[in-house]
Design a protein around this ligand. Sequence first.
Ligand code: B12
Ligand code: SF4
Length: 446
Amino acid sequence: MSDGTASDVLLVTSPRPPWISPKAFEVSENSCPPLGLLYLARYLENAGVTVRVNDFYRFGGKPKDVIPLINESRPKIVAISTLTSGFSLAKRICRHVKENAPDVVTVIGGAHATALPREVLAEPDVDFVVRGEGELSLEELVRAVLEGETSSTSLSRIDGIGFKIGENAVLTSDRRLLDVDEIPEPARHLVPLDQYLQAGAILVSRGCPAHCFFCSSVSFNTHRYRFRSPSLVVSEIEGLHRAHGLTEFEFMDDVITSDPKRLRELCLKLQGRGFRWACQARIKDLEDDLGLLDAMAAGGCAGIFFGVEAGNDDVLRKVKGLTTAGVTKVVERAVANHLNVITSFMIGHPWDTRQTIEDTFNLMLRLRDLGCHTPMSILVPFPGSPLAQAPENFGIRIESRDYSDYYHNRALLTTQHLSREELREIYLDLLFRFTIDQEDIPTRQN
Ligand code: B12
Ligand code: SF4
């Protein structure tokens, strides 16, 4: 990861918050190569730019650990990937960069910068943000910086970025979404792949067509779902198998089931190859197409993650357009196909009362009896989601703007029915009742 040679661009992930135990990274879900950064790195390398990647999130470290890295590789640009919860640490990385190498340009990209570009640019040590898919935007920005073409006129021509003129933030036009079949494979050689438990992490698609009120996916993909050509996916899988001996893969997509035709084609191509894979899927896509689950199982699917989110029919309909009967039907078929099923739940929806949460708990128990893992979390108002953009439309008050608290086990909201304190108390009570005979900690959202 750190070979000590000079590089034009240093790409880093924001470190994990100090309160997360290193043990959490011994769990496979938390040990995934930073695909977003590796896609960016591939574009930069293809453009002749030298790049170094440091994954603080996976391998630990503090914001100040960027200092030896910049001393060693003397980059012109330090670019940081962060989600909302890592933003305060990303800011501190920028501060250390500016204190130690004031001429180095700082860039922040990822979900948080996409949702709140002006807020991120208001930080004195942040020079640029990149909004949405970053491959082309970063490549053009890096070229402009390396060639000294950083007048506001030149920068304004680069879509998908934000920069400052004096105190004012300027956002350029949105970047058009990429053709997913033209995106080269991530530059996995820039990280020690064998040190990730999910070394076989791969993206089959980008985007999600759904409209969940709590999800920030829309700020990225404007509901456009783009499934890669199955033959390209297979060739990436074969490449990973040849180079690293991998036979187990994790499809990291928001959802994998929203283009059933392409998914069936992919499953057919993978059938009988001996590869096993896990993915996230939408129950809505499968409700009327249970055969897709059979095709997935035949194609090597061994694990499936569903964001069910609620167990009361009224709430479930508002949150996901689903019924508990529909959920059970799909889950039963997945179980019948011997898939390892994770059904994830949230409490604290705008319509949740103590009684509907009890219904959620009961559905969790029923699904557990079917053999599912059932993690549970509290609704978090992630920036960029419809909920965060207009909480009043949902009768919600956001009680904390401390983004380092934006994790799924934190109570951050007061709803029309439940206070923040009540939500926290109910959550702990449910966890206690649930974990008496089973430990389940939420790690992923869908
Ligand atoms: C896989 C995944 C994980 C994995 C692995 C993450 C990893 N190593 O990349 C794990 C399980 C660890 C994980 C954990 C969490 N995740 Co997660 N995760 C995802 C998921 C499903 C896919 C990520 C991915 O690979 N995307 C594909 C790549 C190509 O996109 P990308 O990473 O966003 O990168 C592109 C752009 O963002 C941009 N970009 C990104 N970084 C940078 C940096 C620079 C400098 C530039 C220029 C551009 C740029 O360019 C990239 C290429 O186009 C996303 C949903 C999604 N579709 O993104 C949620 C998502 C990112 N996760 C989310 C959340 C909330 C979490 C957790 C907080 C959950 C929790 N436990 O409470 C944790 C926090 C982890 C952390 N780092 O702090 C939210 C983020 C919301 C937010 N505003 O913070 C998302 C968007 C899901 C959602 N819809 O709500 N996650
Ligand atoms: S929560 Fe999942 S299904 Fe809903 S919009 Fe987000 S990615 Fe799509």
